[in-house]
Design a protein around this ligand. Structure first.
Ligand code: F6R
Length: 606
């Protein structure tokens, strides 16, 4: 939610800021803006506008020699989508950009007598004013004083008039990473993709530490003024990973990256066809004596966790509860020290998930994060981390992160099965040898892209769609329905196939699309009966199954046959079809699937 970037160095800042913002647009695209020291003087200039980064480019100066600036792309929280509410915000001698929410901004308006003095409706401008009111020449003291008064989450990059070449930064909860290179200078951003072109090494800005950035380096100090050494880390991807690479959208590129992402995630964790987390520093003792599991996550990550729940409970007999992070936080926890808490998150920054993890940590030391972004808050705050290696996921709709999360859950399940004596090594080896084949089977499914594209044409004019299945196919349906609704704006719901007749079937009329998934042999005939029930009421049925062919018109209108593998693994194949279907439906409707309305990736507001 909201992308921020700052650069001060040896080259003009404007293009670095604009290109970085473009890469951060997945975090929000309601408005965009930059601020910079005009002609490297002490005077700060601002360009900002409602709209996307390309709209901002259009109003930027063609020649801009400033080598210090900050930039922002907004996902609106307080105040509508207007030019005035776009960041940066200027108050007095302070210009800042913000990701997060200042919860006590009403009180601060009273306290600092700001009524009538603000130009926007944002909480951010209030923060700028509070810093400005505390400023008498020393930026660090002003930030320290202001931050002690702010309640809520924030990542700020701040310019002070008459301090050319300097960027100040501080954060609480909202993410921010930074780096310095001798060749270019100092960078800061919401995430590494913004400056990956210049460095693949970076550090996470610690919470409640103040940073002073200049072209020569970065000074990091705690609130008492003690110097702190940044903890640098590196990633093994480069700028090409964060570009479209010839694909029209990030989403379809990321769908195609799934075989690689799965190989990268599973490969290092499989030794002799058994799960091995030694390199991750996860000891078997974490799993010893586990009585139950709680999986905490949001959205797609939660649906991935739900697939894991179904497998782990059914295959290994371990009770698993799925908790929606935003609900878990306000319910009475039922976890104990024998509960393994698995927290799933692509970004590692989703605030609801992070807060739920913090709460869970009060009851058990067995917290294990399945996270994609290295060094993210959730990764740092859980007791153990199993990183998924999907590389950067930039499209707002999650695709490859889902598959690798499911794979990670499956491997964790296998480890638990072995440690708790719920499965023999031979059983686990058989299962994992199937899992290892998944990347090449997905390549086969990806070859069906043109066919699925054709099927998507049928969806473009529809208002409602239903996804049905049983068992693992039902859990998969939830993700399929979410994919379609978030990027095509078609109302779509997932139902356990046997549940339809208890109410929802009344919504099925002539031509209503029903995407049915029937890959689980133990319930196959039941699902087929359920499909016949909707077909008899006029539904247009698209069926995904392992059958080579289905000619019976009372079952389906279209059939997609997936390669025949064990029931527990078909989900990896079926999800590809559902993702491609959603993608082409969105494109067919003229929507940008990478940036659907109202959404943003990395949800750092509650
Ligand atoms: C949907 C989607 C979201 C995220 C959710 C959690 O396509 O991407 O539902 O899955 O916001 O995000 P992470 O995994 O970053 O915690």
């Amino acid at each position: 939610m909201c992308g921020i970037i700052g650069f001060t160095g040896y080259k003009p800042a404007q293009d670095i800021l604009l290109d970085g913002l473009q890469r951060l647009e997945y975090r929000g695209y309601d408005s965009a803006g930059i601020a910079f020291f005009k002609d490297n003087s002490g005077h700060v200039s601002v360009r900002k506008t409602a709209g996307k980064v390309n709209d901002l480019r259009a109003i930027c100066d063609e020649e801009n020699t400033s080598s210090t600036g900050i930039g922002h792309t907004r996902w609106a929280t307080h105040g509508g989508v207007t030019n005035a509410n776009a960041h940066p915000h200027k108050f007095g001698e302070v210009t800042l950009i913000h990701n997060g929410i200042i919860e006590n901004y009403h009180e601060l308006i009273e306290k600092y007598d700001l009524k009538g003095k603000l130009k926007s409706d944002t909480d951010t401008e209030v923060a700028a004013a509070v810093i400005s009111c505390n400023y008498s020449g020393d930026p660090v003291s002003a930030i320290r004083a202001a931050v002690s008064e702010l309640k809520g989450s924030f990542a700020f990059c701040i310019l002070f008039k008459n301090h050319p070449g300097e960027i100040y930064a501080v954060r609480n909860v909202s993410p921010m990473v930074a780096t310095h290179t001798d060749d270019h200078g100092s960078f800061i951003a919401s995430d590494l993709t913004a400056f990956i072109e210049y460095s693949n090494s970076y550090f996470v800005v610690p919470e409640y530490h103040i940073m002073t950035m200049t072209d020569g380096g970065i000074k990091l100090e705690d609130m008492e003024g003690n110097d702190v050494a940044p903890q640098y880390m590196t990633v093994d991807w480069d700028v090409s990973t964060a570009q479209k690479g010839g694909y029209p959208h990030f989403m379809i590129k990321e769908i195609h990256e799934q075989p690689q992402a799965l190989s990268d995630t599973m490969g290092p964790r499989i030794k002799d066809l058994l799960p091995d987390f030694e390199e991750d520093g996860i000891p078997d003792s974490l799993f010893e004596g586990v009585k139950d599991i709680t999986v905490i996550a949001c959205g797609t990550a939660m649906y991935a966790g739900n697939v894991g729940r179904t497998l782990i409970q059914n295959k290994f007999g371990i009770p698993v509860t799925i908790a929606i992070a935003s609900e878990f936080r306000y319910e009475r926890p039922t976890i104990s020290s024998d509960t393994l808490v698995i927290v799933c998150s692509q970004s590692g920054e989703t605030i609801d998930t992070l807060e739920a993890l913090r709460l869970a940590g009060k009851y058990t030391d067995r917290t294990l994060a399945v996270v994609n972004v290295k060094g993210s808050s959730i990764a740092r705050e859980s007791n153990y981390v199993l990183y998924t290696h999907a590389g950067p996921e930039i499209a707002v709709a999650s695709t490859k992160a889902y598959s690798v999360q499911v794979a990670a859950m499956y491997l964790i399940g296998c480890k638990l099965g072995l440690v708790l004596g719920r499965a023999t090594e031979a059983e686990v080896r058989e299962f994992i040898s199937g899992l290892k084949n998944i990347p090449s089977l997905i390549e086969e499914v990806l070859k069906m892209e043109e066919r699925i594209k054709g099927l998507a044409n049928r969806m473009v004019n529809t208002k409602d769609a239903f996804y049905i299945g049983r068992g693992l196919d039902y859990t998969l349906s939830m993700e399929g329905a979410l994919k379609l609704k978030e990027i095509s704006y078609i109302h779509s719901e997932a139902y356990a196939a046997g549940e339809l007749k208890h109410g929802t079937i009344s919504l099925i009329t002539d031509g209503t699309p029903v995407i049915a998934i029937a890959t689980q042999q133990n319930v196959y005939s039941k699902v087929i009966s359920n499909i016949r029930e909707v077909k008899a009421r006029g539904a247009y049925v698209l069926l995904i199954s392992k059958d080579k062919e289905i000619t019976d018109e009372t079952v389906c209108d279209e059939h997609i046959s997936i390669p025949d593998i064990s029931d527990e693994l078909t989900i990896f194949e079926s999800i590809i079809i559902l993702q491609i279907l959603a993608y082409y439906t969105s494109v067919g409707k003229g929507i940008d699937p990478d940036q659907p309305r109202n959404l943003a990736k990395s949800v750092t507001v509650e």
